[in-house]
Design a protein around this ligand. Structure first.
Ligand code: TNX
Length: 530
């Protein structure tokens, strides 16, 4: 036997979310303009376009024999469970998807192996096999507090689908504005969509706009989950149809915050531009309200191929428990009747008779307060499941640091480490089978542009993606491993024009020195004040 010099452990491959299995044999496969792509369908076009965007190489496709340096895409349901794939990079690269989504995710992983050094572009050699932990991996975008047009939403989809998120929850209505055209109630868009938080201009989606978002999302294997927030968060409806809403009801927090922030209080029939919550409600005892809700949900369901309709239910602070229960019981049943699975914020679990199978979205703390845990568990008792969005770790509109220029602080200050170190099954101590998945919400009271969204999303959305996708027991599911891996995303993010927050918690510079030089076109955007 010859004595072996112990080798330092190789750093993990720079992959986020980290796969179920990923080995780095070391070395590289050059990526040259002579490489060819094998495969067909949308995955082939995705791969071609993504490599072009990242490297400038326009690789041709071929039906010929596989040669060194080529990239092969194929489907084989036996390689993994749903959305899974295998990937090897050796003298050629091969991705085998268990299904079309798996192929798409294999491509996203392959793109994370792209590097550039003195010898040009290459792929790190790798052996990967992978499939998600949770079937529901969501991101919520609040397009009500500030409106984001179709192009911005598509750019948002590009960003989060690359991290293997597969549900896009669109918060389409709130006190500050209504964002979805409804044929049966046309004044919603002519009278209730022009406003936003802070007095900024609003906007709305035509049905074609919404279809375009749904189709684009589907092309990136994302399901749109539309939300109409009811019975509260409905001040804007009153700008169009005053007979559907109650007069504003003030609460102490609203009054204190409005005074503190110098924001106006809600006035019936006028656009609400502050950030306060809990002051509005539709009229729960009027039949016309249910005609309205039925029309809106029916039209939305017709445009939505995914299984879910989110009916809101949060912060109905001016509504009695009995009225609230009767409303959400009726509306959850109506949603089922329309053929969709209702999703609702966890407060809806306070109603004894919510429709069976309703999915609850938990937004309380990782140490649940008051009745939150009980309300959330009631969804499970009614045959439903839970989406975990614990606000003190998963709310990406919270500031990274107390003095961060954008974002809120009410739930917590969420630095990158806090966003990374939480476990969805531990929050309410429920078994994994009762958890549909994880969602990271981005509320937009303080966010007006795609650049604002980027700053709050990156790098924390990468942390949430790993919680949603990677196995709990993986040796790389540690903060130390994550921060080293995510640091290596900086060049690709800069190249894609993503102005991430250069948090000092992440060793960006070391990763830059160790690997890929930044593209000359790139711009690092730091936090920016208005
Ligand atoms: C709470 S938690 C809300 C939203 C706000 C957000 C701001 C929950 C379901 N609702 O109405 O936009 O806080 O962080």
């Amino acid at each position: 036997m010859t004595a072996q010099t112990p080798q330092p452990p190789r750093p993990p491959l720079p992959l986020v979310p980290f796969p179920v299995f990923a080995e780095a044999p070391g070395g590289r496969m050059p990526l040259r303009e002579t490489a060819r792509l094998h495969g067909d369908g949308p995955a082939l076009a995705d791969l071609h376009d993504a490599i072009l965007r990242r490297t400038g190489l326009a690789l041709p496709s071929t039906r010929g024999a596989v040669e060194q340096g080529d990239i092969v895409l194929r489907l084989d349901p036996s390689v993994a469970t749903a959305e899974g794939y295998t990937l090897t990079v050796d003298d050629h690269a091969e991705i085998i998807g268990a299904d079309a989504a798996g192929l798409f995710y294999g491509i996203q992983t392959l793109l994370q192996l792209v590097q550039q050094d003195d010898e040009g572009w290459s792929l790190r050699r790798a052996v990967v096999s992978d499939a998600p932990r949770f079937g529901y991996r969501g991101v919520m975008l609040d397009v009500a507090r500030h409106f984001f047009g179709v192009a911005d939403v598509q750019a948002f989809i590009d960003r989060v689908s690359a991290l293997k998120f597969n549900h896009l929850h669109l918060h389409l209505s709130d006190d500050q504005g209504w964002r979805m055209h409804i044929d049966a109630w046309p004044l919603l868009t002519t009278r209730a969509s022009g406003s936003s938080a802070n007095g900024d201009p609003g906007g709305f989606y035509t049905k074609d706009d919404y279809r375009a978002i749904v189709a684009y999302a589907a092309s990136k294997h994302m399901v749109v989950v539309p939300e109409i927030d009811l019975p509260g968060h409905t001040h804007a409806i009153g700008l169009a149809y005053p007979e559907l809403v109650e007069a504003p009801v003030m609460n102490d927090t609203l009054l204190a915050e409005a005074a503190d922030l110098g924001q106006p209080l809600p006035v019936a029939g006028e656009p609400y531009t502050g950030w306060g919550v809990g002051h509005s409600s539709v009229r729960i005892r009027e039949e016309s309200t249910y005609r309205f809700v039925r029309d809106v949900l029916t039209e939305l369901a017709e445009l939505t191929p995914g299984p879910y309709l989110h009916i809101g239910g949060d912060e109905a602070l001016g509504t009695t428990p009995a009225d609230f229960a009767s409303f959400v019981e009726r509306v959850s049943a109506l949603t089922v009747e329309i053929g969709k699975t209702p999703v609702a914020w966890h407060e809806v679990g306070a109603a004894p008779g919510i429709a069976e199978g309703t999915v609850g979205q938990y937004w309380g703390n990782t140490t649940p307060a008051g009745a939150h845990a009980e309300e959330a568990r009631h969804f499970i008792e009614r045959g439903g499941t839970l989406i975990m969005s614990a606000s003190n770790v998963a709310y990406l509109d919270m500031k990274y640091t107390p003095d961060f220029p954008l974002g809120a602080t009410w739930a917590a200050i969420i630095d990158v480490r806090t966003a990374y170190e939480w476990e969805p099954t531990a929050v309410l101590d429920v078994p994994e089978r009762d958890i549909l998945g994880v969602e990271t919400p981005l509320w937009t009271e303080t966010l007006r542009t795609l650049a604002d969204l980027d700053l709050l999303l990156f790098p924390r959305a990468a942390a949430q993606a790993e919680i949603a996708w990677s196995p709990r027991e993986s040796p790389e599911r540690t903060w130390g491993s994550f921060r080293a891996r995510v640091a290596r995303f900086a060049p690709a993010w800069r190249h894609a024009g993503i102005g991430f927050h250069p948090s000092p918690e992440i060793p960006w510079a070391e990763a830059d020195a160790a690997g890929t030089p930044a593209s000359p076109r790139s711009v690092a955007r730091g936090p920016h004040a208005r």
